[in-house]
Design a binder for this molecule. Structure first.
Ligand SMILES: NC(=O)c1ccc[n+]([C@@H]2O[C@H](COP(=O)([O-])OP(=O)(O)OC[C@H]3O[C@@H](n4cnc5c(N)ncnc54)[C@H](O)[C@@H]3O)[C@@H](O)[C@H]2O)c1
Length: 265
């Protein structure tokens, strides 16, 4: 029980990777706030956390809105007593852009707002409180798409590389206050995110004609993952627990690849 007595906020914790992080942290003893734009999903995960004997609540929150984010942090402090850990997980894929000229201005604005600006807003909302307490952990879910400069999703790749850069900037600034800030870069996971992407590829790319979305995904894993097997949200949850735990007290400003070996640096 490495997180006993801790309170975590996991944005977008109502599905996929976020749900994996929520459950891994709850199993280690944390109480959890789950802000998500799809609040009905978050409420189902709340029930799972309560089943593990921990406290949790869901809150309809748009992480691109500073007012929503501020209200969410205040509500967590009131409802669960404090905040020890912030996990910025909420995110979205950008519409495919190959060639890059296919993407619109609105694609870029929305992708940056959800994946990158949101990390600024939530970090800004907790930082003064973490500084006052001289403690706190921030974990940002980036992606291998950043370091790989993924050709098919330019706005998403740039937005996630931006998350890694912002992680390092905030880590440097907050290090003297004993606050750590790290990123996790997942590889390829069969969540809503990849199911939508694979459906799009199967229906629009002639190279994948006749394949199901699941087959497109499996081909992607076989093509780019050196370990040649599928990863799960629990893999990301386990990494997040480690970074939030006392075992990682001296690790900050890092981008941890949890990707079966896709990116080695
Ligand atoms: N699935 C993958 O292969 C993969 C790979 C690398 C990185 N990631 C990243 O992992 C994170 C989680 O993705 P996932 O695969 O679980 O996808 P998902 O679509 O299952 O989950 C995303 C969650 O974020 C929430 N969300 C979206 N926009 C929001 C907003 N404006 N405000 C609040 N909540 C919002 C959604 O409601 C959902 O619960 C994302 O940041 C994604 O970019 C995913």
């Amino acid at each position: 029980m490495r997180l006993t007595g801790k309170v975590a906020i996991v944005t977008g914790g109502g599905s996929g990777i976020g749900r994996g992080i929520v459950l891994a942290m709850a199993r280690e003893g944390a109480d959890i706030a789950i802000p998500d734009i799809q609040v009905l999903n978050a409420e189902k995960v709340v029930d799972e956390v309560k089943g593990l004997g921990r406290k949790a609540f869901a809150l309809k929150t748009d992480v691109t809105s500073s007012a929503d984010v501020k209200a969410m942090v205040d509500r967590t402090r009131e409802g669960l007593g404090k905040v020890d850990i912030l996990v910025n997980n909420a995110g979205m894929a950008s519409p495919p852009g190959l060639p890059f000229t296919n993407n619109t201005e609105e694609d870029w604005d929305r992708t940056f707002a959800v994946n990158t600006k949101s990390v600024f807003l939530t970090s800004k909302a907790v930082a003064p409180y973490f500084i006052e307490r001289k403690a706190g952990r921030i974990i940002n879910i980036a992606s291998i798409a950043g370091p790989l400069s993924a050709l098919t999703m330019p706005p998403y790749s740039v937005a996630k590389q931006g998350v890694i850069t912002f992680t390092r900037i905030v880590a440097k600034e907050l290090a003297p206050h004993r606050i750590t800030v790290n990123a996790i870069c997942p590889g390829v996971l069969w969540t809503d995110f990849w199911q939508k992407l694979a459906t799009h590829i199967a229906t629009t790319n002639p190279a994948f004609a006749g394949m199901s979305a699941r087959q497109v995904f499996e081909k992607r894993v076989a093509d780019i993952v050196p370990m040649k097997c599928e990863q799960t949200p629990e893999d990301i949850g386990n990494a997040a627990v480690f970074l939030a735990s006392e075992d990682a007290r001296y690790i900050t400003g890092q981008a941890l690849m949890v990707d079966g070996g896709c990116v080695m640096w």
